[in-house]
Design a protein around this ligand. Structure first.
Ligand code: NAI
Length: 692
């Protein structure tokens, strides 16, 4: 039984018991409906309690039902029946009440919660809006300002905040059910509180505020529709009657349900779940990891150390350079201090995390490390010598991982006598914040070494993706194609600011040239120098960036790169000097500059990614198309509502992608050789989703 009932002294206790999250699937809805029948039939019941078994009040709708025909009773109807019940209902919230779960609680007359409870309407994150009265009841109960913030952001509030805004009537320190029964018995004697829907309009209604908040939401949403739509529904709570507001909410909900954005976000959601199960690692037992050694205390090493210490690992951090080690240590301390200032960590927790990092001045101290993550400078000779040392120093069974971006990890492993323990763990900068972790499978890597990295990644809260070995792995290999097209487009006639604008309009937070300026133009320059020896002469060489490098325009850090920057200001200003450099470079290359349309910019950049993604998939570098999506969603700012590049390809049609690739191939056959897999999919009527 997913809903159980029990009567105690005239109080009906209705318990939702549908693990793991008490989702409001068809059986639960019917169960609550049956409880309402009982109340109608049994006049000895004077009050009722709705409570969740386990850690959730209710996590909301059952997403597995999305896109399928729902069974009756539908949630909106059930909730209006609940709200109009003959006896007062008390929602006893002992954990998370999310989405439909919170809408259910809003339809009860009273709400009490434990201190650990959290409440929110996260529908916008899945491309939806609350669809069972949430956009009408929440503003009426707590005011339109806090409600609009909660509903358009999807962020939950904790019990304390919920009490402050009037979402819950009381916080219960002791036994929740006992407190609920006590309150129910009190209300059973006589209750004069009106249902939330009877409140005429939110008490803090303020049209001027709404107008300015709408602008904020449009900017924040960056092309995502659901927050804007959610706002529209919330605005109905003061402009329309409850009945009309609910009707409008329903229309918007159905519109969102049918949208491509909702499908993209659901794909992103399920892909993230699938990341916990990496194909090929099923059944492998991760090795026990307590102590992690980190080599190199630079940008990446210190970020990795922060991530590991924050998740409870003991970290030993080493750098050959004493100053680098000291400043790495200082960076770690500062980061945990900032967490305290921002209220993310308690003082004690921050001190404990800082204390878990020990700076060591000899690699010999790594003899008890269970895992070592190497993040020293990107040079093969140095990496090899470091791994030879690790081979000598570390205990048998220790996993030895490199954070290299491009180097051949098989070659690095050859410096040891235990290549089966050597793998890649490729973090993204800043390593303590970016969620992506590429786990790189070397030729001889054992599955339990890889599974160990996946287990550590899970504890760090990362999205781990398994990648085969190739230059750049999944992410940087595909990114290179994207980046090249951006440079070629500039040579062909577009400006960097046009290209960035098109990619921002697509939904990226930043365009490729803004990213270059942020990362530093020198980084890519060094990459190009490393590739000089092996670059195919047929490859079109993007030359403008070299000019900028020669001029010392290295990006934000030098005040100028592709853009110009003013002191103390990160705003990127288009620079006529750069336009002159680009025009001169096009002329030098013999390219007649032409008008490049926004569609061409978007298609060349995205199709180059998809085509390379198809090659990554057919070569087995990525096991699933969704792994490529995950890499771009979590490591490169691909808009979640687009679902990732491979999902996007399916959404617009792989035939359309191939047609574009063939069209572009006519002008650059080297860059645009169609992937065999893409051709096969079009011939056979398949999709990338077939490879999930
Ligand atoms: P960094 O230059 O900030 O730090 C490298 C550190 O390694 C320096 O402090 C240096 O003193 C130290 N070091 C040099 N030789 C050493 C040795 N033999 N033993 C111990 N420490 C030594 O470099 P960054 O950016 O942190 O990169 C480190 C590695 O991470 C590179 O392999 C890089 O390709 C990779 N990586 C970098 C990313 C980034 O965005 N910066 C992203 C992902 C990977």
């Amino acid at each position: 039984m997913t809903v159980t009932t029990e009567t105690k002294d005239g109080v009906l206790v209705v318990t939702i018991n549908n693990p793991p999250v008490n989702a409001l699937g068809g059986a639960v809805r019917s169960g609550i409906d049956a409880a309402l029948d009982m109340i109608d039939q049994d006049q000895s019941i004077n009050a009722a309690i709705l409570i969740g078994a386990g850690r959730f009040f209710s996590g909301g709708a059952d997403i597995k039902e999305f896109g399928k025909a729902m069974t009756e009773p539908f949630l909106p109807d059930l909730l209006s029946r609940l709200e109009g019940a003959r006896v007062p209902f008390i929602a006893a919230i002992g954990g998370a009440a999310l989405g439909g779960g919170l809408e259910t609680a809003l339809s009860c007359r009273y709400r009490i919660a434990t201190p650990a409870a959290s409440m929110g309407l996260p529908e916008v994150k899945l491309g939806l809006i609350p669809g069972a009265g949430g956009t009408q009841r929440l503003p009426r109960l707590v005011g339109v300002k806090p409600a609009a913030e909660m509903i358009t952001s999807g962020k939950p509030v904790n019990a304390e905040k919920a009490k402050a805004i009037g979402l819950v009537d009381a916080i219960v320190e002791g036994d929740l059910l006992e407190a609920a029964i006590a309150l129910a018995m009190q209300k059973a004697a006589g209750d004069d509180r009106q249902p939330v829907s009877a409140i005429e309009k939110p008490a803090d209604w303020d049209e001027a505020w709404l107008e300015s908040f709408e602008k904020t939401i449009r900017t924040r949403a960056r092309g995502q529709l659901s927050p804007v739509k959610a706002f529209e529904a919330v605005a109905g709570s003061g402009r329309l009657s409850f009945a009309d507001g609910v009707k409008r909410e329903r229309e918007i909900f159905l519109e969102c349900m049918a949208s491509d954005q909702r499908k993209g976000l659901i794909h992103s959601f399920f892909a993230e779940r699938a990341a916990r199960k990496n194909p090929g690692l099923e059944g492998a037992t991760p090795r026990d990891v307590k102590i992690i050694g980190v080599l190199g205390a630079g940008t990446m090493g210190s970020g990795i150390a922060i991530a590991c210490a924050a998740s409870g690992y003991h970290v030993k951090l080493f750098d050959v350079n004493e100053d680098a080690l000291a400043s790495g240590g200082a960076r770690i301390e500062k980061s945990f201090k900032r967490d305290v200032e921002k209220g993310r960590l308690s003082d004690d927790a921050a001190r404990a995390a800082t204390d878990r990092v020990v700076l060591i001045n000899s690699m010999d101290a790594l003899s008890d490390a269970d895992l070592v993550i190497e993040a020293v400078i990107e040079r093969m000779d140095i990496k090899k010598s470091v791994f030879a040392d690790l081979d000598r120093i570390t205990k048998p069974g220790a996993v030895l991982a490199s954070n290299t971006s491009y180097l051949d990890i098989d070659d690095i492993a050859s410096a040891t006598t235990r290549p089966e323990d050597v793998i890649g763990m490729h973090f993204f900068s800043p390593a303590n914040l970016m969620r992506l972790l590429e786990i790189v499978k070397t030729d001889k890597a054992s599955t339990d070494a890889l599974a160990t990295a996946a287990a550590v990644g899970a504890r760090l809260g990362k999205v781990s993706v398994l990648s085969g070995l190739c230059p750049g792995f999944i992410g940087n290999r595909i990114l290179k194609k994207y980046r090249q097209q951006a440079d070629y487009l500039a040579e062909d006639g577009a400006t960097p600011w046009d290209i960035d604008r098109v990619m921002r309009d697509f939904g990226f937070a930043m365009g490729p040239f803004q990213i270059s300026d942020l990362a530093g133009i020198d980084i890519a320059w060094h990459n190009r120098r490393r590739e000089d020896a092996t670059r195919d002469p047929k490859e079109r060489y993007p030359a403008i960036a070299d000019q900028l490098y020669d001029l010392g325009r290295l990006g934000q850090k030098t005040g100028a790169g592709w853009y110009l920057y003013k002191q103390g200001d990160r705003t990127a200003y288009p620079d006529p000097e750069v336009e002159k450099i680009i025009i001169a470079e096009s002329a030098r290359l013999g390219i007649a500059r032409r008008a490049v349309s926004d569609d061409e910019i978007r298609d060349r950049i995205l199709f180059s990614m998809i085509n390379e993604g198809a090659k990554v998939l057919e070569e087995g570098i990525a096991a699933r198309a969704l792994d490529i999506d995950l890499v771009f969603l979590h490591g490169y700012g691909f808009p979640a509502w687009r679902g990732g590049p491979m999902f996007y390809a399916d959404a617009i049609g792989v035939d359309k992608v191939l047609e574009g690739v063939r069209r572009f191939e006519k002008t650059d056959s080297f860059a645009w050789r169609p992937a065999d897999l893409l051709v096969k999919l079009v011939e056979e009527g398949g999709t990338f989703a077939d490879y999930n």
